[in-house]
Ligand binder design. Structure first.
Ligand code: NAP
Length: 241
């Protein structure tokens, strides 16, 4: 039977490309989202992929949602923790709410997404945990103390989970995208994109969501079992670790 993959934030942007790529690889895919019902409905209409709505920042909601997915589609073999937000501000202007919202969604959201599926993966002796981190978790970024903290935290999560899961056939890896042309990045003023961001990318362009999805499909594969605790950087040569 086809393996089951869950993609949080899987209806838009990078997550949408990941959901589609995993479906094309033959997985049974479930995609989650937070509130954009219209986009989720259009996504299902286009792809036939079932969507589920819950807030990844809420543990009880995540656990209940995951139970529903498992009841309807089957035990989750592959979990892609992709849902994420930005609430940018220079540190001296960053409010405690801006800090907390990003930590709750991007970092605690990864715990809330992976923790409920972990026992089943251990029991079945197979699992693929893939966390979408960011170049800005690797190098830091002006105005993103909150976001960079969560994305650096993702790398600590996968390195630790890799050690805990290895004997049970579970791998945990991160993908660090550079700047990808999704709504999150298109929200940056065009002038800033053209004058400040694109000139820093040796490739001379934003990445495509499909280029990140390809990394995820590679890590999700049964054949990738020895790749564990790693980070794939896909950033057009903007930054090397
Ligand atoms: N775009 C980039 O250049 C870039 C670079 C590096 C890393 N990343 C990371 O890649 C991931 C995806 O980014 P993106 O640019 O594709 O984002 P996006 O286009 O803004 O899409 C975000 C997705 O996450 C969902 N989401 C947001 N908050 C959520 C919550 N609390 N609970 C459940 N779902 C939630 C959204 O649902 P709704 O549709 O309902 O809002 C949407 O499906 C993020 O983790 C981001 O940090 C992006």
């Amino acid at each position: 039977m086809a393996r089951v993959a869950l993609v949080t934030g899987g209806t838009r942007g990078i997550g949408e490309a990941i959901s589609k790529a995993l479906k094309a690889e033959g997985y049974n895919v479930a995609a989650t989202y937070a509130g954009n019902d219209e986009k989720a409905a259009a996504f299902t209409k286009e792809t036939g992929i079932k969507t589920y709505k819950w807030n990844v920042a809420d543990y009880a909601e995540s656990k209940a949602g995951i139970e529903k997915v498992e009841a309807e589609i089957g035990p989750i073999d592959i979990v892609v923790a992709n849902a994420g937000i930005t609430r940018d501000a220079p540190f001296h202007k960053m409010s405690p709410d801006q800090w907390k919202e990003v930590i709750d969604t991007n970092l605690t959201g990864v715990f809330n997404t992976v923790h409920p599926v972990w026992p089943g993966m251990r029991e079945r002796k197979f699992g693929r945990v893939i966390v979408i981190s960011s170049i800005n978790g690797q190098k830091g970024q002006f105005g993103q103390v909150n976001y960079a903290a969560t994305k650096a935290g993702d790398l600590g999560i996968v390195k630790s989970l890799a050690q805990e899961g290895a004997r049970a056939g579970i791998t945990a890896n991160a993908v660090c995208p550079g700047y990808i042309g999704t709504e999150m990045v298109r929200a940056i003023p065009e002038e800033v994109l053209n004058s400040k961001i694109i000139p820093q990318i040796p490739a001379g362009r934003l990445g495509e969501p499909e280029e990140i999805a390809r990394c995820v499909a590679f890590l999700a594969s049964d054949d990738s079992g020895f790749i564990n605790g790693s980070t794939i950087s896909a950033n057009g040569a903007q930054f090397f670790v």
